[in-house]
Ligand binder design. Structure first.
Ligand SMILES: [Zn+2]
Length: 257
């Protein structure tokens, strides 16, 4: 039987936010400002739609003053997905803009890399300032309570989780970030989350400035580029082009493939 194909949708849930350009492309354009958006992604197949990342919960979004914020639950409604019924969520990493909304998916099974989970839940370094700045303790407590239940699948390295969907360990930005290789009509695409904030990183090797391990990050770029059928099928985590350069199929929802 042929491997099933999927569509990939980007759902913008906040932005545009102005940031120093050097934050999204490391040590570049030191005097410039860049615009970024916040997204969750949907991988839509015949039988199931897999949600990638949880977005930010409403309370933290207002504390962090996320301009243009929409509750991820409402964003998913725009493509007919009820967050309360979502079965599968791939959480790419444990930064607040990707994990804070974890409790918005009360029935979901979450896939996370074991390395990522263990770092944020158990390593005292995760309590130090540079890490605390980018996480959400409320979401982390929720996740910690799921340990040992069927709702939390801790993955060790690369793993096919269903036909046409493979998780790839892709460290650098965080200890155990994962990206998703997806079989599409155009070939293998990568939902890359924050392995790059912007499309340009996959061409220039310059990642964002939020770095855990730069050496690992370069190996991650090699791995992702080798896996994808083309550079155009590697999608970053925060680039406004994800919204602007693709067909809109609903309000602030674009179809990437
Ligand atoms: Zn992010």
């Amino acid at each position: 039987m042929a491997t099933p194909t999927y569509e990939i949708l980007a759902l913008k849930y906040a932005g545009p936010l102005a940031r120093p350009a050097a934050m999204v492309t490391w040590f570049s354009d030191l005097d410039k400002i860049a615009q970024i958006n916040y997204y969750i992604f949907a991988i839509r197949g015949e039988r199931e739609t897999i949600v990638v990342d949880c977005g930010c919960a409403p309370k933290l979004a207002s504390e962090r003053n996320l301009v243009g914020y929409v509750n991820p639950v409402d964003a998913l409604q725009r493509i007919g997905i009820d967050a309360g019924k979502v079965k599968t969520v791939v959480a790419t990493h444990i930064h607040f803009d990707h994990i804070s909304g974890v409790s918005l998916f009360p029935r979901a099974k979450f896939y996370l890399q074991e390395k990522e989970f263990n770092f944020w839940m158990g390593n005292p370094i995760a309590q130090r300032a540079p890490f605390l700045m980018v996480t959400d303790p409320v979401a982390n407590r929720y996740l910690a309570r799921l340990k040992g239940t069927k709702r939390l699948q801790l993955v060790r390295g690369d793993k096919k989780i269903m036909p046409g969907i493979e998780l790839l360990l892709a460290p650098g930005h965080t200890v155990g970030l994962q990206v998703i290789a997806v079989n599409t009509k155009k070939g293998i695409a990568i939902v890359g989350s924050d392995a790059a904030h912007m499309f340009s990183s996959y061409r220039t090797d310059i990642p964002s400035a939020i770095i855990t391990d730069m050496v690992a990050w370069m190996k991650t770029y090699d791995k992702i580029r080798a896996k994808a059928s083309s550079l155009d099928l590697i999608f970053p985590g925060h680039d406004p082009a994800l919204s602007n350069a693709y067909p809109q199929i609903a309000e602030d929802v674009s179809q990437l493939v």
